[in-house]
Design a protein around this ligand. Sequence first.
Ligand code: 5AD
Ligand code: SF4
Length: 483
Amino acid sequence: MEEKLIDEKKQGELLVLEQKEGNQRKLFIESYGCQMNFSDSEIVASILAEQGYNTTENLEEADLVLVNTCSIRDKAEQTVRKRLEKYNAVKKINPNMKVGVLGCMAERLKSKFLKEEKIVDMVVGPDAYKDLPNLLKEVEEGRNAVNVILSKDETYGDISPVRLGGHGVTAFVSITRGCDNMCTFCVVPFTRGRERSRDPKSILEEVNDLAEKGYKEITLLDQNVDSYLWYGGGLKKDYKNASEIQRATATNFAQLLEMTAEAQPGMRIRFSTSNPQDMTEDVLHSMAKYDNICNYIHLPAQSGSTRILKEMNRQYTREEYFELIDRVREIIPDCAISQDIITGFSTETEEDHRDTLSLMDYVKYDFGFMFMYSERPGTPAARKLDDDVPAEIKKRRLIEIVDLQREHSAYRTQQFVGQTVEVLIEKESHKSEAQWSGRTQHNTVAVFPKEYYKVGDFVMVKIEDCTSATLLGNAVGYSKNNV
Ligand code: 5AD
Ligand code: SF4
């Protein structure tokens, strides 16, 4: 099953950008993991464009190879290790090629990386990308370079990322970095540091700029969007020391969402990820108030068992999760909801597993992203608990969860058959050249014959049929939002 923030189809995707005239050197940059990494790679490419680097698709001709890495599960790290073997083979042909590791794995392993992977010249953590020009100088002079310092205030708000992903229609805008939640299974608080929010002014400038460039949909991006809080800069945890003025002029997530929706009424606004413990009702009211905020929430449950949730330090119970779902349904009756669930977390019993299945039955999620628990070194769970659920049991439980989700997805998708819904065209359908593929506001993929419509159009589509995850229909005209 594919994860929303970790899109399996995108893993290892190359970033190839417009060539800047005069740039002589060649950068090969690929990314793994969550959307945040893909966004960061755009920032890195933008910084390096100023240093004389143009991106290339051809590994063999690269002067510099960068891999933006993920540590969330062991499998993600193994994939990167395999890529390093490939780079090593190429380095034998092109010995001048330099290799840098970026992102969460760089942060987690720090200079150990240089020892473990002899091929690596440079290790750069997620908050140190502005130091890349200095680090590259070190490397050029024949020294290894490491910067894994996590920052209190780095948000890259002042760097405008160069983009080519999203077909010029959809883009991600990151609003916060780091995470303070300390879910016991999660490596993110260690690799991405403490939470700090980006100035709303720079967020709005980026959104307005994207609108000017013709983008039609943006997703405000963070590990934990609801925790967004701007009070003039600084860490979220230091808000308690903020002055009266800072408090009075602070911006929270619901306010940021409304400001964005108002700034660009012709754009669709999405956000991800929401965490149940931090989601507040004012966000639901903002969603209900603005038509251009999509009725869709990615709301990871992780488990349906209160006991396991406690072990995970999730800060909510099964009952509280249900209450939140009930509020969502009351305030936004047609809201699509998706989940992340971890199966086989330490100490999980069959009864806990059944609680997860029954939680899923209660919500009937539109989509889901499900994983077997992968113990991450150094996390609170790894220190305190035994990874005691055998692999075959984790696997069986995962299959049960995935099968149930498939049923629920099919049920949700079926509800759209017969309706006419707005679809934003993103690209050609990968199954047929004659069809467009886009998404509804609920984030469901819809395909339909192209006719005279084009990428970036908002089109009303009458849904005639569906598979478990895709709507099939015919366009009946432009949406009123099409300009
Ligand atoms: N093992 C398995 N899944 C994990 N996730 C986070 N850490 C782990 C882990 N150690 C999942 C969670 C999270 C998603 C991004 O990845 O479900 O919401
Ligand atoms: Fe990890 Fe929990 Fe933060 Fe998500 S909210 S990034 S799972 S610590």
